[in-house]
Design a protein around this ligand. Structure first.
Ligand SMILES: *[C@@H]1O[C@H](CO)[C@@H](O)[C@H](O)[C@H]1NC(C)=O
Ligand SMILES: *[C@@H]1O[C@H](CO)[C@@H](O)[C@H](O)[C@H]1NC(C)=O
Ligand SMILES: *[C@@H]1O[C@H](CO)[C@@H](O)[C@H](O)[C@H]1NC(C)=O
Ligand SMILES: *[C@@H]1O[C@H](CO)[C@@H](O)[C@H](O)[C@H]1NC(C)=O
Length: 315
């Protein structure tokens, strides 16, 4: 069956839900779409305040991998999906769904940010416990010649799998154009339980982000709002972990990375690592990708999180 059959009702439901919960002013969201490059073939954007939230926004809904907003002269961007499916979700509609077994992924060419230091990336993810003891990548972006473990120019949002000792957290990595991990050091990463570059760190009582009954989380990473070395990981609108020039990481055997200008010449990759390593594909669903060419504050992240209707609140 053609995907377009269930597309319109999905968007209508989404628009109605948003209008009801946000008292959405249609004029405002229409305005925010006018900066798009004209494209007769592009389906109408789901009338959405999301398009105005970040300079670059992809709904990732209803078989559509095109950006719904992008700065004039920079976008629009068109993603290319391989073996992805679109599954009806009660919260977001027909969402991008990936499977490690199927090796599904999306590549978005031509999208660059962070050339003058600051950037942030946010997306909604529904994580499904699966896989072995490896790492599943939801978002990966590098320079064309980046050494993925130790080289400069790396942005990644990923999660240890079910049989991994760190299962339950989401992990973020950022390296700018000057960052090289010295031989023998642990590459800098942040975990959603607050741990910094420490694979042995556990936090008693930490609630796993994987849910067998499927709940969505807003995951985001970006540079420090005050500038300087380091980066941050946000979960559901709250700062989850942070590393900066002030953090003492020497004792951990790591170095502070991120925060400087980046040169992300490769494709943005969703649901897999940039090199398409078969062990690092993602199982679960993604929706609503936001990209900023500057850092964002915790307050902005909180607003982004709270702008989405929370399940259960409508009774
Ligand atoms: C980038 O993505 C496009 C579209 O999928 C693909 O044709 C191209 O080979 C990719 N480039 C790299 C370097 O992976
Ligand atoms: C980010 O800013 C740089 C200039 O610093 C520009 O080249 C690039 O296109 C911008 N990216 C986006 C997504 O706006
Ligand atoms: C960015 O990387 C590309 C190769 O991927 C290189 O050609 C270009 O010179 C680099 N730009 C900067 C500013 O380092
Ligand atoms: C998941 O299901 C369990 C058991 O039915 C329930 O107790 C829990 O609240 C559910 N969690 C979410 C996030 O819906």
């Amino acid at each position: 069956m053609a995907p377009s059959v269930s597309w319109v009702p999905g968007l209508l439901a989404l628009a109605l839900t948003l209008a009801a919960l946000l008292a959405l002013a249609p004029a405002a969201s229409a305005d925010s779409l006018q900066g798009q490059a004209p494209s007769a073939a592009a389906p109408a954007n789901p009338a959405s305040p999301r398009a105005a939230t970040a300079p670059v926004y992809f709904p990732l809904l209803a078989s559509n991998l095109r950006s719904a907003s992008a700065p004039p002269g920079v976008g629009p961007f068109q993603g290319v999906g391989r073996r992805v499916t679109w599954e009806e979700d009660p919260r977001f509609g027909e969402v991008l769904t990936c499977s490690k077994d199927e090796e599904s992924y999306v590549q978005i060419p031509g999208l660059q940010y962070g050339q003058s230091s600051g950037f942030a990336v946010a997306l909604w993810a529904m994580l499904e416990p699966s896989g072995e003891g490896f790492l599943q990548y939801m978002y990966s972006h590098n320079g064309l010649d980046t050494d993925l473990a130790y080289g400069p120019n790396a942005v990644a949002l990923y999660a240890p799998e079910q049989d991994h000792p760190n299962f339950g957290v989401v992990r973020a990595m950022v390296r700018d154009a000057t960052d090289v991990i010295p031989d023998g050091d642990i590459p800098m990463f942040l975990d959603s339980n607050g741990c910094i570059a420490d694979p042995t760190c556990t936090v008693p009582g930490y609630k796993s982000l994987f849910s067998p009954n499927g709940s969505w989380h807003l995951l985001a990473l970006g540079t420090q709002p005050q500038g300087g070395k380091g980066f941050r990981l946000y979960v559901d609108g709250q700062l989850a972990a942070s590393v900066s020039g002030q953090t003492d990481v020497e004792s951990l055997g790591s170095v502070v990375t991120g925060g400087g200008p980046m040169n992300l010449t490769g494709n943005v990759t969703l649901c897999g690592r940039s090199d398409l390593d078969p062990l690092r594909f993602f199982t679960g669903s993604l929706a609503h990708l936001f990209i900023w060419n500057r850092s964002v504050t915790e307050e902005e992240m909180r607003q982004l999180f709270e702008a989405e209707p929370q399940p259960g609140l409508s009774g």
